[in-house]
Write a protein that binds this ligand. Structure first.
Ligand code: GLU
Length: 469
């Protein structure tokens, strides 16, 4: 039997990192089993779906390495409406489902309590289909439903506690529970690997598989992803969109490595592991069922490591979208004609060791490409204390007199200027750095001055000096 797995996102928003994690797990499982990965877009919630969300899912999957053309699909749930309705009809014809015209209020009035599930009132009323009548599945009164779950063992549910749930609404449209099962059947899915949030649906869905006469799939409910407060990651509160991480400058390699560690770890004491090793070592059965903490700080640290591991030419190329502002990435503060690729290449190795996400390249190098540096006023106030004017005067004069404008000469010159004033190099650097780059932190100062060039550096130092008058 060929293993067939599917990833079945609903295109109702940005692509959630938890979804990306499930997609990768499905992807690897299929690969390990010599199976097939199917992508199904569950687009039946017409009010909330948008085509751009579907496009977003496809491109985000591409980005993390699940590339268009390398999987089966995408199929669209909305194209299978006929199959969904036919399955509902079959269940009705076989007596496994019945029509019901009760409202929630009716049930509440009868049971005299909060709505706690349907009371079975219409079970034997023999209602025919009609407007406003929902179709309910007749759950067995006895026995148990045992879910075979590769991660959670065999969660067991007592059938009498499962209410007669709705499978088609009063307007005849099938609900998610049924559509999802019918699609999995139609697509020959053998393993359903999905988020834990769906576990409460699973006994109901397994009953539907049984009632429709098809052997249910093997399930694997992967752990819910939580924030540092142990709350489920939510798109209203947390940064959850894979696209947001991409646009901020996380590398796909770092991201997918990190996502795979949510609930699983490779052998040895390693966390940063080449993708082929993850593909080989990952075991779905080893995934820890407890909630997985999405630790953005750790992801950042991972990303920094991945950035540092790039060959410098690749680092330069990878920074390009942030330097020119392409696609969904915010444009930099300079004009395209101000950008100087050679100057960037000269400082790139210095920047590569200092940034954790690629967007951070912009504030590190903007001083090279802007006519005037963007002055951070707080940094200015901090650096331009008493003595700054005198130090700048001396530095300007000494730099101006330099024969060779190179980092080493600049450094020894400023060292001497500082020493004459009883200042250590660090202190002497601060006013110069703010004058030239606008900031108190950044790339090594003397290399920055060298790349900026004598004329521009001196112009900025003189402008700062005038501001201090
Ligand atoms: N469309 C469902 C969701 O996005 C997926 C359900 C499933 O994987 O079975 O949550």
């Amino acid at each position: 039997m060929t293993v067939r797995v599917r990833f079945a996102p609903s295109p109702t928003g940005m692509f959630h990192v938890g979804g990306a994690r499930s997609a990768l797990q499905n992807w690897i499982y299929a690969k390990q089993q010599g199976g097939v990965f199917v992508l199904r877009i569950e687009d039946t919630d017409a009010a909330r779906n948008k085509p751009e969300w579907t496009e977003g899912i496809l491109s985000a999957l591409d980005w993390i390495g699940i590339e268009r053309g390398s999987y089966e699909g995408p199929y669209f749930q909305s194209s299978y409406a006929g199959e969904h309705r036919a399955a509902a009809q079959r269940l009705f014809d076989a007596g496994r489902a019945y029509y019901c015209d009760c409202t929630r209020e009716d049930v509440q009035a009868r049971t005299g309590s909060q709505y706690q599930g349907y009371d079975g009132f219409c079970r034997d009323r023999g209602l025919e289909p009609g407007p406003g009548r929902a179709l309910r599945f007749r759950t067995p009164d006895q026995g148990e439903t045992v879910v075979v779950d590769l991660i959670r063992g065999e969660p067991t549910f007592e059938n009498k506690l499962i209410e007669d749930f709705v499978i088609a609404r009063g307007d005849g449209s099938p609900v998610f529970l049924l559509a999802n099962v019918v699609d999995d059947m139609t697509m020959g899915i053998t393993h359903v690997i999905r988020a834990e949030e769906h576990l409460p649906n699973t006994p109901k869905q397994q009953l539907l598989w049984d009632a429709l006469g098809v052997k249910p799939p093997v399930w694997a409910h992967v752990p819910v992803v939580v924030n540092e407060k142990r709350q489920k990651l939510s798109k209203r509160r947390d940064k959850v969109a894979l696209e947001a991480y991409r646009d901020e400058g996380y590398l796909a390699g770092a991201m997918r490595n990190y996502l795979m560690l949510l609930g699983w770890a490779p052998s040895g004491d390693r966390e940063i592991v080449p993708w082929p090793v993850i593909e080989e070592e990952f075991r779905l059965e080893e995934v820890n069922p407890s909630p997985a903490f999405f630790d953005e700080k750790k992801l950042r640290a991972f990303n920094g490591e991945y950035i540092r591991a790039l060959p410098v030419e690749e680092f330069i190329a990878t920074c390009q979208p942030w330097l020119t502002g392409t696609g969904t990435i915010a444009p930099p503060p300079w004009q395209p004609e101000e950008f100087d690729a050679a100057a960037f290449a000269a400082v790139a190795p210095l920047a590569q060791t200092r940034i954790a996400v690629l967007s951070e390249i912009v504030p590190n190098v903007d001083f090279l490409f802007l006519a005037d540096p963007l002055i951070d006023e707080a940094a200015w106030a901090k650096a331009m204390k008493e003595g700054a004017a005198d130090l700048l005067d001396a530095a300007i004069a000494a730099f101006d007199a330099l024969e060779s404008w190179d980092a080493e000469s600049l450094k020894s010159t400023l060292e001497a200027v500082g020493a004459e004033r009883g200042l250590k190099l660090g202190k002497a650097q601060a006013p110069v750095r703010v004058a030239v780059t606008g900031r108190t932190v950044g790339l090594p100062l003397f290399e920055s001055l060298e790349v900026l060039g004598r004329e521009r550096a001196l112009t900025r130092l003189r402008a700062a000096r005038i501001r201090l008058v």
